[in-house]
Design a binder for this molecule. Sequence first.
Ligand SMILES: [Fe+2]
Length: 264
Amino acid sequence: MITDLVKTSGLEIQLDAAKPGLVFGKGINFSKPGVRTLDAMREVLLDKDVLEPQELYYMYRDVYRISDKALLENNKLRYDVTVIKPDFLGRELMKTAGHYHPGSYGELYEVLYGHCFCMLQKPKPNDHQVIDEVILVEAAAGEKIVIPPGFGHILINLGPEYLVTSNWVSSLFSSEYGLYKQAGGAAYFIIKAAGKLEFMRNPYFKKLPEIKLLKPAALIDKFGLAKGKPIYPMITEEAAKFAFLNRPADFDYGDVFAESVKKI
Ligand SMILES: [Fe+2]
């Protein structure tokens, strides 16, 4: 099945679920996706003896309209698209490996297709086994997730469809996966049993707060973000709104999430 993602992304991209992967329109730069395999993820899984699926998700890094190349370089930004299968990893819902950013760099995610949780966790600066805050952001197509400085993050596909996300991020750093591997996963494992979600604490952590379930704010004016407004095209006229991605400490992040009426 082919699903057009142009409306949510603002770029000529299609999801080809049979491939699985993305099909890019003319004039768009892309390269072969990085594939996250089961073996590469085993350390961060609750059930380490899982046998399938072999391929979990596909990372298309540095996607852009060729005519926008200089804009991305001048603004020191990179745009990526990630395609995450709808499946289980043993008892766990399909998820990404998780990483922190060096320094205080944040990130901007957008859901292009599907339905997800983004689990954010903030460790104590001098002891990463103590987590000060765990935020679970529930988002669907068209919604934006701002990752504030200091938070590690994973994406969880709530299914039943593929999850496709895009992100803008500073091109000046590389993500750090080591602490998630050392911890054997994120703060909590999310499992589905008898159709119900359960949240299991990761015993690696000495201190874990309760999960705060939030949703993305529908409008974040200072960053130019609105539900349903694609973030890719902002690079041509509103790139200044992305200054928070390279100067994270200059901004306040108190308004990027909203209360959720749901309970977990
Ligand atoms: Fe990130």
